[in-house]
Design a protein around this ligand. Structure first.
Ligand SMILES: C[S@@+](CC[C@H](N)C(=O)[O-])C[C@H]1O[C@@H](n2cnc3c(N)ncnc32)[C@H](O)[C@@H]1O
Length: 219
């Protein structure tokens, strides 16, 4: 499956979100979350900011790896699921905040060791994403990491064709069910560079339609 176009529909029913996402990604979403958490937490006590935490899968993994996490999401129902998921994780290790990603400019500057965004940036408009990425960079301490996993447009023509063909019916269904769909990010690496980040690495999964990109705030 190369498309996550039904994500929005799953978000409208958070209790089925996790199992739905496992199905849509043929189980790859768990590997994605593991990779993001492993990359973001370099040491016990690292302070991580998470943008669009949803039901808290990545948040929990970050906490289990010893991080202190500030996680934000604009959807109160998704946050409620996250609270349940984190109830038995180390108390006081995760702070969940209901706010939009654009409000990250209210959080402290040069403070976090890592910022993580899993499948949330593709739900933003290009201008919103540009603002959020610039502000995310500012929230990082110099040398801190921005770790993004998201749906992207494949580089190669053939992959783009297969990706679009597989995506179309899901996108239509997603639009019929919710009135909106996520948009694969055309050039995530370029957008991260535009935000002033230095690219450390990129992995592509699912016919190159899912990317994990790690970038660093220059010291
Ligand atoms: C597809 S879900 C991903 C959830 C989780 N990060 C994961 O990987 O399972 C996207 C989440 O991002 C949140 N989101 C999207 N745009 C946002 C924005 N502008 N501000 C805050 N949260 C946002 C949605 O509410 C949703 O919970």
């Amino acid at each position: 499956m190369s498309s996550l176009a039904l994500m929005r529909w799953l978000e409208s029913a958070p209790e089925r979100y996790d199992s739905g996402m496992r199905l849509l990604t043929l189980g790859r979403v768990s590997a994605l979350h593991d990779t993001l958490a492993r990359t973001a937490v370099s040491a016990e006590g690292s302070h991580v900011l998470e943008i669009g935490c949803g039901t808290g899968s990545v948040t929990r993994l970050l906490v289990q790896r010893g991080a202190r996490v500030t996680a934000l999401d604009q959807n109160p129902e998704m946050l409620e699921q996250a609270r349940r998921r984190l109830a038995d994780a180390s108390p006081g290790r995760a702070e969940l905040i209901e706010q939009t990603a654009c409000e990250i400019d209210t959080l402290p500057d040069s403070h976090y060791d890592a910022v993580v965004a899993s499948l949330s940036l593709s739900e933003m408009s290009r201008s919103e994403r540009a603002f959020v990425l610039r502000e995310a960079r500012r929230r990082l301490r110099p040398g801190g990491l921005l770790v993004v996993g998201d749906e992207v447009v494949p580089h190669r023509k053939l992959h783009r064709f297969v990706h679009s063909a597989l995506r179309a019916p899901q996108a239509l269904l997603g639009w019929l069910l919710t009135g909106s769909v996520s948009h694969p990010i055309p050039d995530l690496v370029h957008e991260l560079r535009q935000a002033g980040m230095e690219i450390c690495g990129e992995q592509r999964w699912l016919l190159a339609g899912l990317a994990v990109v790690t970038a660093r705030r220059k010291p």
